[in-house]
Design a protein around this ligand. Structure first.
Ligand code: SF4
Length: 224
């Protein structure tokens, strides 16, 4: 393959991160994780641009604006991570869709070499799951192979006020198979949808303890 030849010609292996490779980043910031198991934990967030899906209710529209994407080398990313929050060692790779990022595995390898704990939020679409991720949050939007569900540390379903029967059946089945299944009320941008919150609350309360409620804490306290 041409790409592999180029890597070996330059002395790099597949585990190295080519210093000339650039990554499309639309945001890099520090905040609390507002969702799921790690809610309340301060972390660094790298939000990549681009996603192969186009959910009508996507509440992260920045990833769709190519003009917002900065092309950053791994050195530039590391410098900005250290400048943004020198004392934080946990990173969330999010998007957009991290799986669709060219060179994701070498980037992960490099970040691990630097001692970071890495979480990734993904729809499971866009590429193979990487190795060496410490925490995978799967937010399914389409049918996925079972292996993707099995690799997830937690599964998060985004639910509006009127989820259809197929989605409810899927959530019920997954909640019987997986230890950490979250319902997250759908939001419109930064606006919380009170009806979706009420519906999720109801579903969680009637799940026999198998579902959990993820409330996007950052939106309630008005931070990124
Ligand atoms: S998968 Fe996520 S990032 Fe992609 S369009 Fe859907 S909600 Fe937005």
């Amino acid at each position: 393959m041409p790409a592999a030849r180029m890597l070996s010609d330059s002395g790099l292996t597949m585990r190295d991160c080519d210093p000339t490779l650039t990554f499309p980043v639309c945001e890099l910031f520090a905040s609390i994780q507002g969702e799921g198991t790690w809610s309340g934990r301060p972390m660094l967030f790298i939000r990549f641009s681009g996603c192969p899906l186009a959910c009508s209710w996507c509440d992260e529209p920045l990833h769709r604006q190519p003009q917002r994407a900065q092309s950053m080398t791994v050195a530039a990313l590391l410098a900005q991570l250290r400048q943004t929050a020198p004392n934080l060692n946990a990173i969330v790779l999010t998007g957009g869709e991290p799986l669709a990022v060219n060179g994701l595995q070498p980037l992960i390898n490099r970040l691990k070499q630097e001692g970071f704990w890495l979480a990734m939020e993904s729809s499971g679409v866009g590429g193979a799951l990487p190795e060496a991720i410490d925490w995978l949050t799967l937010s399914p939007k389409t049918a996925l192979p079972e292996s993707v569900y099995q690799a997830a540390n937690e599964i998060k379903y985004v639910v509006d006020a009127n989820p259809d029967a197929a989605l409810l059946a899927e959530i019920d089945r997954r909640s019987r198979e997986h230890a950490a299944v979250w319902l997250q009320p759908m939001a419109r941008g930064k606006r919380v949808d009170a009806d979706a919150v009420a519906r999720c609350f109801d579903l969680v309360m009637n799940s026999g303890g198998r579902l959990r409620l993820s409330l996007q804490l950052h939106k309630y306290i008005g931070v990124l």
